[in-house]
Design a protein around this ligand. Structure first.
Ligand SMILES: [Fe+2]
Length: 267
């Protein structure tokens, strides 16, 4: 499976992510020919899922900015794709024997069908609104490079932490501060991507639940929740953040109900 121009949707950031995704799946196909152990396949799939999560967040941010009219439906498709691959990972984890050929075929079909068919609809929309799409891309480029820098810093910290070069107790305060800054750098509009990153570090044991909560607490103390929510265009995202804040006990039940009612009233 190789990248070709027909995959392009006319947004450099998303196109280059699609190229990486196609390349990843291509590598999987090649590894299959030389024989792939189930655990290697599991690792590769895990990587694809993590990668896709970040990619979907960027693609959705782009669609939101250009006002793509099928955004809701497209997001549902992304959600279904993540769910399908996560289900496969769970089946592998529970010892189910799945044929590597079937798994790779599933991924190839998945990428081909989604990127070539569904994402092309974004391409058609973009071509009709070139000016808006250019502005959206500039914003996305800035956000993506900022996020890459942050993630690189986090990975470095993860290594230091794993090598025990930093004492865990000394590190704790610093760690919370760094993660809080990460959320602040991303801003409310990219909060979903920030939460994804934090959950990734949680799964890597770089951060624990209490620290994660401290990060969200510190982040919200410096944010104007009402103002922040008003800047988020999509109702679904507004509700998603609100639920997260509630989950972290950052807002009371009545604040949650009030905010939710206001959001729904504005519909
Ligand atoms: Fe997509």
């Amino acid at each position: 499976m190789k990248w070709d121009q027909s995959f392009s949707i006319g947004c450099d950031v998303v196109d280059s992510q699609h190229k990486e995704l196609v390349c990843l799946v291509d590598q999987l196909e090649s590894s299959l020919e030389s024989g792939l152990a189930p655990h290697q396949l599991g690792e590769a799939l895990k990587f694809v899922v993590n990668y896709t999560r970040h990619h979907f967040a960027a693609e959705e941010a782009f669609m939101e900015t250009i006002g793509f009219d099928e955004l809701e439906n497209h997001k549902k498709l992304h959600g279904n794709l993540i769910k399908e691959v996560t289900d496969i990972l769970l089946r592998l984890k529970h010892g189910e024997n799945l044929s590597p050929e079937d798994l790779v075929k599933f991924l190839v079909d998945w990428v081909l069908k989604h990127v070539q068919e569904e994402d092309q609809k974004i391409g058609v929309f973009t071509r009709n609104r070139k000016h808006v799409a250019e502005q959206a891309e500039c914003r996305l480029k800035a956000e993506t490079s900022r996020r890459k820098l942050t993630l690189a810093r986090m990975e470095k910290l993860k290594d230091l932490f794993k090598q025990k070069l930093i004492e865990i107790e000394d590190f704790k305060e610093q760690k919370v501060r760094i993660f809080t800054n990460m959320l602040k750098e991303l801003g409310l509009n990219q909060l979903r991507a920030g939460f994804d990153d934090l959950h990734y570090f949680l799964s890597q044991n770089v951060i624990c639940h209490n620290e994660l909560r401290a990060v969200v607490v510190a982040f919200l103390q410096k944010s104007d929740l009402q103002k922040g929510l008003s800047e988020i265009i999509e109702i679904e995202n507004k509700l998603l953040y609100l639920r997260s804040f509630h989950e972290f006990e950052m807002i009371t039940d009545s604040q949650f109900d009030d905010c939710k009612a206001k959001i729904l009233d504005a519909l």
